[in-house]
Design a protein around this ligand. Structure first.
Ligand SMILES: Nc1ncnc2c1ncn2[C@@H]1O[C@H](COP(=O)(O)OP(=O)(O)OP(=O)(O)O)[C@@H](O)[C@H]1O
Length: 982
């Protein structure tokens, strides 16, 4: 078959693999190769990479362009895809015969060299963008603005390199030569990886191979599918959202390869990289993927040896160990030349990487009190681990640690090179995961449709572990006998039902109404094991412990417990729960269903951290507590799991599950426990409210929520009892509620809205720097009527989220302010703002900085603005509205009798725009501040502004820093008008 036909025939498949994970990287890599091989010319490239178009559009465009170029081009496209796609995506695709030689003569200009070497340059520059930008800047090839364009936080490092190469090409031959020279210089100073190979002994090479195969074996399967499914990690792994916040507070999205890259580095002297994320957000799975790709030499190729550790398993290590023993005992032994291999590790820390999964599960909280730096001395495991993390021991070895955020205190932060946040699945990720899980496309479609129809469930699916359950339990979900799941308790009851169903002798799909009662004995035994385990930070159980509680083979065969995948030396079988959140769920079932449970267990579960921990551990697992780790300070890491347990307890005691629990626990006991929960929640909230400081005179009464405020709200949501929400909120009296950097995702938004809608007085709700996203925005709508202001800076919101938000906002009388700095908004959502401004004549403040709004958007907004007589603040910082946009806005605002503050900073506005704004100044009686920094206004424009200011007395300041003026001009012009600031 000709390659022409191959492209046509496989069009849908090619489209699917290039768009699959929602990442543009595969397409970008293919484009790099096609440019280098001269299959595409620059104009073709631009016609494909249209900024505002969707990925699928770009791929289609690529297929069309190449198809039109004929047979040779088609075969090179297939060759490029063959080179770029990972092996697991290739089955089923045909790439045709080996294609013609693509090596051409060396190009004769630097600009062409950049194109010919593009694929290599992207790889080389990814780790040193800053260095390259510095050189281009100091040589005058780039301006600050060029650097900003390259380093926009929405780009991944690879995309930044491509922007850099495009910009260099645009600047011309000198810039290209400067970049190539810089690369040549850095090449000669960097050690050649081949030198490394030459110095490696056969023993080290052998050990590397052994370690690689043991790591590959450990990471091949996902434990949640242990015994119940057949997925390899390759089949099911879906990219999660990874973000890093740099020193200036800017957020950048990362790829897996960037976890140990330079982007987001906060402390150059530290070697520990932290990946933090909430329960079930996919931290262990991400690490597992990293391990697997390393073992296959597909990632971390500069790392010669990778040693993976699980903190859960380190907990069970009672011996004192030396570093050598830790590495070889807990990972694998060298078959030959132990000393030589160990010496190699000591001599080459830069070629070694350690990973520690689940630091939050480590029994002892991090401290840097005891120093230890001798690799051969035996010390307790915590001393070894903490000194590795600090870098006192094995300085220079990279360490990747995963943890829930709550367990990372200030003393550990001090030793972090950077912190990467894992935020679960994006909407595209959910889609991709469901499709990977269900090989039958019709079933995948049904599951996705049912999620779209229930946004509460959809919002839960942003957390991968919930997504896994929902997808796995699709039959129960689509059967829908017990209503649509609304809470995480509902979702976990679904999984409970699903597992019992699998083992049931009843025909498929039928599980009697009393299914929980039927399995009560198993549930209680598993619950006891789970709760005792949590009390003692114990997640791995021996056969003896199972026996002590009376768990039988049959109980184990239900599938909630799995064998511990442990390669370290131990003869006996060990077990763990399928996932730690499932352990929390069983612990909660035990608290709720156990008739003899200690009456104070619920109070202790809801108490503040220090009381909660010591109390629970003493009562629950007295015999199992390691006396060396007593005390709340060292065990504060357990709090998140106890909080999740408390959330499940609230959910199980909800009236909604009354029928299910009816015959499992006497009604009086259940009701008593429910009352205890309600009382605890109310007390917890009051403690918060009491901590609200009195407002300083002239300032609003505001509350900055502590992390446990969100937890209490989530517990109230689990109860699904509006009267509890109503009673609690009646006591909260603030004008401003601040929840910035609180890990608020769609799930938290659902709970927040459920509770906040009962506030008596309107509030400003500040949710900046979270992961609300479009789905979260939709979840917030029920409380929008009570918000006079909504702050959603940096929250991954796109046009669709805004459409829904404003549709509702338009009808909310009190809604007057919105801040959306640094989201993913484009011109497509501006019509909704225009409509809002037209129809809401009490709207005060609109801040849209750092989005992707162009002159077209500004023109659309201007239409709405011209009808508005209330807006006081308008912020457009960091968009691209240019002169045309500035003219449109100025014209629309010139009759405004309310506008006080306008910012068009960094918008490509030139003198024409400034002259239009001058007209606004000359007419306005209210404008006080005009911000025009970082534009391209020249003298002519500033002179217009000065003329206008002569007729205006309201304006206090016009900011003009970073425009096209010489220092002399700035000095002269500021003398003419003191209100100008340069
Ligand atoms: N990237 C992913 N692709 C596919 N499935 C995933 C991914 N991440 C997580 N999952 C699913 O979610 C489950 C839970 O994820 P994981 O154990 O990695 O979360 P975690 O953040 O380490 O949780 P915890 O903090 O509670 O230990 C996995 O077992 C898997 O089923």
């Amino acid at each position: 078959m000709s390659t022409h036909q191959l492209i046509l025939k496989q069009r849908a498949e090619l489209l699917a693999v290039l768009c699959g994970g929602g990442s543009a990287e595969p397409l970008d890599c293919v484009l790099d190769l096609l440019l280098a091989w001269e299959v595409l010319v620059w104009e073709d490239y631009l016609s494909i990479q249209v900024a505002e178009k969707a990925l699928s559009y770009k791929v289609r465009q690529l297929l069309d362009v190449v198809y039109d170029k004929g047979e040779d081009a088609c075969s090179l496209l297939l060759a490029a895809m063959n080179q770029v796609l990972p092996e697991e995506q290739k089955p089923g695709l045909c790439f045709g015969k080996e294609c013609a030689e693509v090596g051409k003569n060396r190009p004769d200009t630097a600009t062409l060299t950049l194109l010919a070497d593009r694929p290599v340059l992207v790889r080389k520059l990814r780790d040193n963008i800053d260095g390259a930008l510095n050189v281009l800047l100091t040589n005058g090839c780039f301006t600050i603005k060029d650097c900003d364009v390259v380093q926009l936080p929405v780009y991944t490092p690879s995309q930044q390199v491509r922007r850099l190469l495009d910009q260099v090409r645009f600047k011309g031959e000198t810039a290209a030569k400067t970049l190539l020279q810089h690369l040549e210089q850095t090449e000669t100073t960097r050690p050649n990886p081949e030198d490394k190979e030459n110095h490696l002994s056969a023993n080290c090479m052998l050990y590397q191979k052994k370690l690689q195969s043991s790591v590959a074996a450990q990471s091949h399967y996902l434990s949640t599918y242990g015994g119940t499914g057949h997925f390899s990690l390759d089949d099911i792994y879906t990219d999660g959202l990874l973000e890093v916040i740099d020193g200036s507070g800017e957020t950048t999205t990362l790829g897996l390869e960037d976890v140990v890259g330079p982007v987001g580095t906060l402390n150059e002297d530290a070697d520990t990289f932290l990946v933090s994320g909430e329960a079930g957000s996919g931290k262990s799975t991400l690490l597992q993927r990293l391990h697997l790709l390393w073992a296959r030499e597909a990632l971390l190729t500069n790392t010669f040896l990778l040693f993976p550790f699980s903190c859960r398993k380190l907990n069970a290590e009672p011996r004192e160990l030396s570093l050598k023993e830790l590495l070889f005992l807990h990972c694998c032994w060298p078959d030959r030349g132990q000393d030589e291999v160990f010496q190699f590790i000591l001599d080459h820390p830069n070629l070694v990487l350690f990973t520690f999964d689940g630091l939050d599960e480590f029994k002892q909280g991090f401290t840097d009190e005891e120093r230890h730096c001798c690799p051969t001395k035996q010390v307790p495991i915590p001393v070894l681990l903490f000194n590795l993390l600090q870098g006192t021991l094995m300085k220079g070895v990279m360490k990747v640690v995963t943890s829930r955020p709550q367990a990372v205190g200030p003393s550990l932060k001090h030793y972090l090179r950077k912190e990467v946040l894992l935020k679960g699945f994006s909407p595209g990720g959910i889609d991709c995961f469901v499709k990977k899980h269900h090989s039958d496309p019709a079933m995948a479609r049904r599951v996705l449709e049912s999620l779209q129809a229930n946004t509460v469930l959809l919002s839960l699916c942003h957390i991968p572990v919930f997504c896994w359950i929902v997808t796995k339990c699709h039959q129960e979900l689509l059967g829908g006998q017990d209503g649509i799941p609304q809470t995480i308790t509902d979702v976990y009851l679904l999984v409970l039902q699903h597992f019992f169903q699998r083992k049931s002798s009843q025909p498929q799909g039928v599980l009697g109404k009393a299914w929980l009662e039927e399995h009560l004995d198993t549930v209680l035994k598993l619950g006891q094991l789970a709760l005792e385990g949590l009390g003692a930070s114990c997640y791995v159980f021996s056969g003896y412990e199972l026996q002590r509680i009376g768990l039988t083979e049959q109980d184990v065969s239900m599938g909630f417990l799995i064998y511990c995948n442990d390669l370290s030396v131990t003869d006996c079988k060990r077990y763990e729960f399928l996932h730690i959140t499932l352990q929390c769920f069983f612990a909660a079932l035990y608290v709720v269903l156990n008739r003899n449970s200690d009456r104070s267990v619920i109070y202790r579960l809801f108490q503040p951290q220090y009381k909660q921990l010591s109390g629970l551990s003493q009562r629950c697992l007295g015999h199992c507590i390691d006396s060396s780790v007593e005390g709340w300070e060292s065990r504060v890491t357990e709090t998140p799991n106890l909080q999740i347990t408390a959330q499940f307890v609230s959910g199980l005691l909800s009236q909604r599950h009354h029928n299910l629990l009816l015959d499992c626990c006497p009604t009086a006991v259940r009701e008593h426990k429910a009352k205890q929960v309600v009382k605890s929640l109310s007390k917890g909230m009051q403690r918060h409210f009491k901590s609200i400081p009195r407002p300083v005179e002239g300032e609003k009464k505001s509350m900055h929520a502590m992390p446990s405020f969100v937890w209490l709200i989530k517990c109230i949501y689990e109860m699904q009892d509006s009267s509890i929400a109503q009673d609690t909120m009646a006591k909260l009296d603030v004008e401003h509620l601040k929840l910035t950097y609180c890990n608020i995702g769609p799930v938290e938004c659902t709970a927040l809205a459920y509770v906040l809608k009962y506030l008596r007085n309107p509030v400003g709700l500040q949710l900046d720097n979270n992961s609300v996203g479009d789905v979260g925005v939709e979840q917030l709508l029920p409380c929008l009527h009570i918000c006079h202001s909504l702050y959603l800076r940096n929250n991954n919101i796109s046009d669709e989220g805004i459409r829904k938000l404003l549709e509702k906002g338009m009808k909310c009388e009190r809604f007057q302010k919105i801040a959306l700095f640094n989201n993913n908004l484009t011109d497509a959502c501006i019509q909704h703002f225009a409509w809002l401004l037209k129809s809401k004549q009490n709207f005060l403040s609109l801040r849209l900085g750092n989005n992707n709004i162009t002159s077209q958007g500004a023109e659309q907004l201007a239409e709405g603005l011209s009808y508005n007589q209330s807006l006081q603040f308008l912020g457009f910082w960091g968009n691209k509205i240019g002169d045309r946009g500035a003219e449109a806005l100025a014209d629309a605002l010139k009759n405004s009798t309310t506008l006080i503050w306008l910012s068009l900073v960094d918008n490509g506005v030139g003198s024409a725009g400034a002259c239009a704004l001058a007209k606004l100044i000359s007419q306005s009686k209210t404008l006080e501040e005009l911000w025009l920094n970082k534009n391209s206004i020249s003298r002519e424009g500033v002179e217009c502004l000065i003329e206008a200011l002569k007729m205006n007395s309201s304006v206090k300041e016009v900011w003009l820093r970073g425009n096209n003026l010489s220092p002399e001009e700035e000095e002269e012009l500021s003398k003419q008008e003191s209100r100008l600031t340069f």
